[in-house]
Design a protein around this ligand. Structure first.
Ligand SMILES: Cc1ncc(COP(=O)(O)O)c(C=O)c1O
Length: 396
């Protein structure tokens, strides 16, 4: 039986008629970029996330880049982030001329560890005479980018407390976690991307809310920042052909916005279906006595009264025999993936930062041991059963 990592064809078949109608309407309107569809989608996302401002952009990468540009983070600045993420998180910091400072992860959630973050601030950074936090090379630390990996929110209470203590912006990379919730001590339940000053989303087609191409979005609390982001997404232009600062072409297409708006109303149903699939994997792995062979995804917020305590963008397990297991599954036509085979600090392009092997041990361990299993809202229990049986066979 062939089991793909992701198969959204059934989802598309169910929504083909309304999606095509929206595409036709955009074609008929001949308005292709930053028009009423983008505005309507921004409004719908604000309602869904309970966020004051949303700015549609061209991708998740461009969302991060636009935010860093709008906050005027650049040469001489540094930004703290996790070492275990998709490249864009670290890449964007370097692209604006700032220095990424990579911090280790929690081994269970794979998210930025608040303990490692606090240790890093206490032991590797110092406060200057003006009270600003500096790294060991004297760069001014401006922000923290926590990444809500695989559909699970970071421990935002602890990250917030540190950001407030040190005067740092929190830029949430919520690319993998649209709709995921976290119970903040002072604010109550909040959705990923709305817990810091600003949150970034990706609608890459494989994401829980996926476009038919590249698309992204920024949400923020401050109206001023939202205005600046609207300008940054058009080369820092305001009014037309007057450029106050340097931005880029980060514009969102009308067709993508129209498709995303159709799909948004199904997002919570899809996330619930992903969670049900995750529950089924969990039951089956337990039934087969495999829980001492593989580490299942952590669910630290399950009992906190949140619906979307995890949105299972990925179902990632960990085992010492990861590579041999993958090979076995591939022979059984089960597709898997490794997110990610290297920590960001180990990437060749970041060798100039001077990290050494062993600097971020939990990230390095996760990069060696984790594997993502097939998960998507419409995955059949039969397919999941087969995946579990194949894993059980491997460990017998
Ligand atoms: C954590 C994370 N950040 C940023 C991005 C960048 O998003 P995009 O691929 O839409 O540029 C992605 C997605 O691929 C991601 O997973």
């Amino acid at each position: 039986m062939r089991v793909p990592l992701l198969d959204l064809s059934e989802q598309y078949r169910a929504l083909a008629a309304p999606i095509r109608a929206e595409i036709d309407a955009v074609l008929a309107s001949q308005r292709f970029i930053l028009g009423p569809q983008v505005e309507a989608f921004e409004k719908a996302i604000c309602d869904y996330l309970n966020a004051p401002h949303a700015v549609g952009v061209s991708s998740g990468t461009d969302a991060l880049l636009a935010v860093l540009m709008a906050l005027e983070i650049g040469p001489g600045d540094a930004v703290i982030t996790t070492a275990y993420s998709f490249f864009a998180t670290g890449g964007c910091i370097a692209r604006v001329g700032a220095t990424p400072l990579f911090v280790d992860i929690d081994p269970k959630s794979f998210n930025l560890s608040p303990i490692a973050l606090e240790w890093y601030i206490d032991n590797r950074c110092k406060r200057d005479s003006r009270g600003q936090l500096r790294d060991s090379a004297g760069r001014r630390i401006r922000a923290i980018i926590p990444v809500h990996l695989f559909g699970l929110c970071c421990e935002m209470d602890a990250i917030h407390a540190l950001s407030e203590q040190w005067g740092l912006e929190v830029i949430e990379d919520a690319a993998q976690a649209i709709g995921a919730e976290y119970l903040m001590t002072h604010m109550g339940p909040r959705k990923a991307g709305t817990m810091g000053e600003v949150g970034c989303f990706s609608f890459y087609p494989s994401k829980n809310l996926g476009a038919a191409g590249d698309a992204g979005l920024v949400v923020c609390r401050s109206e001023e920042l939202s205005k600046k982001l609207r300008s940054v997404r058009q080369h820092g232009m305001e009014p037309r052909y007057y450029h106050n600062f340097i931005g880029g072409n980060f514009r969102l297409d009308e067709i993508q916005a129209a498709i995303l708006r159709v799909k948004l109303s199904y997002l919570d149903t899809w996330s619930a279906a992903r969670r049900a699939a995750a529950d089924f994997y969990r039951e089956q792995f337990t039934r087969c006595g495999l829980t001492n062979r593989i580490a299942l995804p952590a669910e630290p917020y399950r009992d906190r009264g949140l619906t979307n305590h995890h949105t299972y963008y990925q179902f990632v397990i960990a085992t010492d025999k990861r590579d041999a297991l993958r090979e076995h599954l591939a022979q059984g036509e089960i597709e898997t993936a490794i997110y990610y085979p290297l920590g960001l600090h180990e990437q060749k392009c970041f060798s100039y930062l001077g990290y050494k092997k062993g600097d971020l041990p939990e990230t390095e361990r996760a990069a060696r041991k984790t594997v993502a299993l097939p998960i998507y809202p419409e995955i059949s229990r039969e397919a999941q059963h087969y995946v579990v049986e194949m894993i059980a066979e491997f460990f017998r």
